[in-house]
Design a protein around this ligand. Structure first.
Ligand code: TPP
Ligand code: MG
Length: 1037
């Protein structure tokens, strides 16, 4: 009564009463045959539960429907159509459903149990009977399959969650052999439904009413596309079993308390900071209780750690009421005058993450909750959350995801619009990427900024993307908190039972504009008129519970003032905060990591020779036993073993030695990307495949030492955005792990640009969060066309934050030609930069670069341009000599040839980076310029080795300087290197009078001309360009 009356009056909403459809049908069925001119008001008024005003409402609705069936909600449409077809006489004999709230929830009401004997059909078996039974079976299946399409899901009662107002034909009785006249006939229930409970047969009218109540009301269960009978049966049981949705009065009180906090929190913020953006939750306040129920239920099922990713909407509320971040820490973020206590540039309050450990009061178990910091780029955080979750599961040995789970929150527009959602879903069931089920919650306010869903998606629901992985989807009317609570519990159980993703679609609305300052009436006038008339869910629910006698007005008001007081007190405390500490907002704190390390000491990365020998020979040995490997691989392993015996190392061996030595030191190594197991260029071969047995594999690097750390190498799905995001999240969990993502070709990294821009290059500045991920990006001009040549080195360099005009001041400069910078120049630079970018030319340097990632006392991303042809180039091999103890990473490799004997005779000093070095060497030899041209390799381009470049420049006093690159002039490292070279020259000139002429010196550009496309598509043109710039390079002046 309460809901019907209040809500109809307040919002003029159709069919908000849960049992309405059933009862309305019955009311009409007693007047079978009178299709036209029926007095619906009278019929409705005859029902004891319908008030007079609602009867008038029904009458008006009918008139409107007569003129245009589409003018009313589709559930009314169904009802009126059935009634005008002729209601079955006698259907009213079935007792109307109970309206006692305690025995119903989620819009579902149940008839009293009848015994099987009462319901046994006495009809003789005829063709018609069989056909009718088949019809009933089909109808049942149709409701299970399509019922959600006509559900009462929109709290505003104006839209269809699936954007379609048609009633599916399968749900129309006209499509079947039975009709209204059969409503009293008893039908056997098939075993594909649980609506009967212990009953094996029910009258058709009852079957239909139960189905409607279950599938077409406040919960729309979309699951019949799942191609697994056990799973669909499980869901049917969860929703069809009579009485299963009943909830206890205590749970209702808890729901009310949580709803209250959710709403009052937003109201408090609105009162105190009325002109501040906060992306409030108003209209979808149930998000908070839904998350809390999910966490309670999952905690009861054994989950100890929750990793959450979410967008802006309701984020502050989640931090306050789900994570219980101290309110004063949230409130003080509104004070723009507070000083930041940490380095970095910070981020707005609704992007920050957090991590907390606390007691779950419902289960009395300790839980950990992390909300991952995210950029504005919607959904970008999804794969990051999955990677972090997977890593936590890995380190806990939680192989089935029973202890750690991820929760992803989404907006409706972003969920359907952003491709990374799809990419992330496709990781969900892959062996090395699964997190054993994610619970997705969509705060579906049926709008995206100002855009109507009809303009923002082509799919019926905003959640359809989840169907690709057979995730069940629970659409739920967000104004029915008990229904929401129920689906949250089912979602937790689903994940725990099947280890698979599940979606909760909270169909709601947005009470304000996109943010609180926006005017929504500009673009959604009708919707917002309706919103203005719609009471808040808290108002509705508190009134409902008061009517049910579950809480009193006084209790409710006390609870409100109690929470308001908490907010006020926190507000006072927040005023006492003098700084904002971003460190308090870390989503992945590395306890003890920084304390245990000496801050500014450059680590040693060389390794004892016997270790190199041992790793090298295990890596080069075939698998033990009768494992059959490909003959080609036998040859490769043999060649590897010869290299080990000769103390030489190619690229693949250098990498394996780095990995192996770290694994020995207890560092978990993980390499992921497309085809990384073999390597795109067939050089790596970390996983050997048995040639006669399926799925029998051997990974030598997991068998080097007893007690070593595990090595994971895994071919990924064909995604860059998703997979790079995942690996970034993975490495966030533990600084003592080496995690590498390799692009198939470097340029494919651009489809992961958001992760690179928003997280990798800027994560530390925004969120004081360090990260040691390694990006391996095959790069090099080898005539393979525009799309396989360039990893877009220029972009990475452009995002480096070392100042092009500033020669770092921690140098000790003593005005002599041979002065040396201070010893900690290198480590200081590494410490200050946002990431390292390199283009390495030797396996030894690659080995040291990888080892340095772990040995450093801090973590920074490492972006490497990696080789293709160099992988097999004999000249590009290293010796053990360059990797043993005492050796280290070389930021710059000076020329060691004859030119260094008489540096005054050198006419040209060429600086370069990457593979072009070997081409220059070859050309120099060919042209016999060994004494007059020196070639210096810059291996670590960023941070720029100002100190070493200076030494090189000073080494050759009579030389002119050139930068040679194979990339086009508007690409490659040139635009990064050139101003820094100028800074070095200026520094030299500034140091002493005799050096002033360095100010006049320039660095000449030698390379390809500017171009729009990254490389020539035609081999001949590629060669022509190459010879042009090589000729130029070999000119002495
Ligand atoms: C990738 C991306 N594109 C565009 C935006 C700008 N933007 C911010 S919020 C928003 C609307 C989001 O709608 P929805 O996902 O439904 O969430 P809601 O704000 O309705 O909660 C847009 C387009 C963004 N943040 N990220
Ligand atoms: Mg939205």
């Amino acid at each position: 009564m309460f809901r019907l009356k209040t809500l109809w009056t307040a919002g003029s909403r159709p069919q908000l009463w849960e049992g309405y459809k059933l009862t309305a049908c019955r009311a009409c069925s007693s007047q079978a045959g009178t299709n036209k001119g029926r007095n619906y008001a009278t019929a409705a008024a005859a029902e004891p539960f319908l008030s007079g005003s609602s009867s008038i409402y029904v009458e008006e609705m009918y008139k409107s429907w007569e003129q245009d069936p589409k003018s009313v909600h589709k559930s009314w449409d169904v009802y009126f159509r059935q009634v005008t077809m002729g209601a079955a006489p006698g259907t009213a004999h079935v007792r109307p459903p109970s309206l006692t709230p305690s025995s119903s929830t989620a819009g579902i009401t149940l008839v009293p149990k009848q015994t099987s004997t009462q319901l046994t059909s006495k009809e003789p078996v005829t063709d018609k009977l069989i056909e009718d039974h088949l019809s009933v079976q089909t109808i049942i299946r149709s409701y299970q399959t399509r019922g959600h399409n006509i559900g009462n899901l929109d709290p505003l009662g104006i839209a269809d969650a699936d954007l379609c107002s048609e009633v599916p034909k399968e749900l129309d009785l006209h499509s079947y052999s039975i009709d209204q006249a059969d409503m009293n006939r008893v039908f056997q229930l098939p075993d594909s439904t649980y609506i009967g409970g212990e009953e094996k047969a029910l009258p058709l009218g009852e079957i239909l009413s139960r189905l409607k109540n279950i599938y077409c009301n406040h919960i729309g269960v979309e699951f019949m596309f799942i191609n697994n009978r056990e799973q669909t049966d499980w869901i049917k049981r969860k929703f069809e079993t009579p009485g299963i949705l009943n909830i206890h009065a205590d749970e209702k009180r808890l729901m009310l308390a949580r709803l209250l906090r959710s709403q009052r929190f937003e109201e408090f913020l609105a009162r105190k900071w009325s002109s501040e953006k906060r992306f409030g939750l108003e209209g979808c306040e149930v998000l908070i209780p839904s998350m809390k129920t999910l966490i309670d239920s999952s905690s009861a099922l054994g989950v100890e750690s929750f990793v959450i990713g979410m967008p802006h909407r309701g984020r502050l509320n989640v931090l306050a009421n789900v994570c219980r971040k101290p309110l004063e820490k949230i409130f003080c973020q509104f004070d723009s005058k507070l000083e930041a206590a940490d380095e970095g540039s910070g981020d707005v309050k609704y992007h920050l993450g957090m991590s907390v450990e606390r007691l779950n009061r419902v289960t009395n178990k300790q839980i950990k909750i992390a909300v991952v910091a995210n950029p504005s780029h919607l959904e970008a955080v999804d794969p990051v959350v999955q990677g972090k979750t997977r890593a936590e599961q890995f380190y806990r040995g939680d192989t089935e995801g029973k202890k750690v789970m991820s929760i992803l929150l989404h907006g409706d527009a972003a969920f359907s619009g952003q491709g990374v959602v799809y990419e992330t879903f496709h990781l969900s069931d892959l062996p090395a990427y699964t997190t054993h089920g994610t619970v997705h919650i969509v705060a579906n306010n049926q709008i995206g900024f100002t855009t109507d869903p009809r303009s923002s998606r082509s799919s019926p629901y905003c959640t359809d993307v989840a169907r690709v992985v057979n995730a069940p989807i629970f659409h739920v009317n967000a104004d029915d908190p008990e229904a929401v609570m129920y689906v949250a519990k089912v979602a937790a159980e689903w994940r725990s039972t099947f280890g698979k993703d599940v979606v909760i679609d909270l169909v709601s609305y947005r009470r304000n504009g996109h943010n609180e300052i926006d005017e929504p009436m500009f673009t959604q006038p009708l919707m917002y008129k309706r919103i203005a008339k719609t009471p808040t869910v808290l108002a509705q629910y508190s009134e409902k519970l008061m009517k049910e006698g579950i809480v009193t007005q006084q209790e409710y008001e006390e609870e409100v003032s109690k929470y308001d007081k908490i907010c006020e007190e926190a507000y006072v405390l927040s005023k006492k905060e003098s700084t904002v500490s971003y460190r308090d907002w870390l989503d992945s704190p590395w306890h003890g990591f920084f304390d245990s390390r000496e801050a500014m000491v450059l680590p040693k990365t060389g390794v004892k020779e016997d270790i190199l020998q041992h790793i090298g020979s295990v890596f080069s040995s075939p698998p033990p036993g009768d494992f059959v490997i490909h003959p080609g691989l036998k040859r490769i392993l043999k060649a590897r073993m010869e290299m080990v015996n000769n103390r030489t190392v190619d690229w693949a061996l250098g990498e394996a030695l780095a990995f192996g030595s770290l694994l020995k030191e207890g560092i978990h190594v993980r390499l992921s990307g497309q085809d990384v197991e073999r390597g795109t260029f067939s050089h790596r071969h970390h996983v050997l495949h048995h040639q006669t047995l399926d799925k029998v594999r051997y990974n030598a690097l997991n068998h080097i030492y007893k007690g070593q750390a595990p090595y994971t190498v895994e071919n990924s799905s064909l995604s860059e955005y998703g997979v790079l995001g995942f690996e970034l999240g993975y490495v966030m969990s533990n600084p003592n792990s080496l995690v590498l993502w390799e692009a198939q070709f470097g340029d494919f990294a651009n489809t992961a640009q958001c992760i690179i821009d928003q997280f990798i290059s800027s994560g530390q500045a925004k969120w004081v969060r360090q990260n040691g991920i390694v990006l391996l990006l095959p790069h090099g001009y080898e005539g393979m066309g525009p799309e396989h040549s360039s990893a877009r080195l220029e972009r990475f360099l452009q995002m480096s934050n070392d100042d092009q005009d500033h020669f770092p001041t921690y140098a000790t400069f003593n005005s002599k030609y041979n002065e040396k910078e201070s010893d900690d120049f290198e480590i200081q630079q590494l410490h200050e930069i946002n990431w390292f970018v390199g283009n390495l030319t030797t396996p030894a340097n690659y080995f040291h670069a990888l080892r340095r990632q772990i040995a450093l006392p801090f973590r920074k991303p490492l972006v490497l341009m990696t080789p293709k042809s160099l992988l097999r180039l004999p000249e590009a091999r290293s010796s053990f000599e360059d990797m043993i103890e005492g050796t280290g990473f070389q930021r710059l490799i000076p020329d060691k040839g004859v030119c260094t004997k008489k540096p005054e005779g050198v006419k040209k000093l060429i600086f370069c980076t990457g593979k072009v070095y070997y081409e220059l060497m070859k050309e120099r030899e060919k042209m016999n310029r060994d004494e007059t041209i020196a070639i210096t390799r810059i291996e670590q381009i960023s941070p720029f080795p100002f100190d070493l470049v200076k030494q090189e420049i000073l080494r050759y006093p009579n030389a002119k300087f050139a930068w040679v690159q194979e990339e086009h002039k508007n690409m490659g490292a040139w635009s990064y290197v050139e101003p820094r070279m100028r800074t070095v020259l200026r520094k030299i000139a500034d140091s002493d009078r005799p050096m002033e002429n360095y100010l006049l010196k320039k660095v000449e550009y030698i390379g390809r001309n500017p171009e729009a496309s990254a490389a020539a598509g035609n081999k001949q043109r590629h060669q022509y360009e190459f010879s042009q710039f090589m000729n130029h390079a070999m000119k002495e002046i």
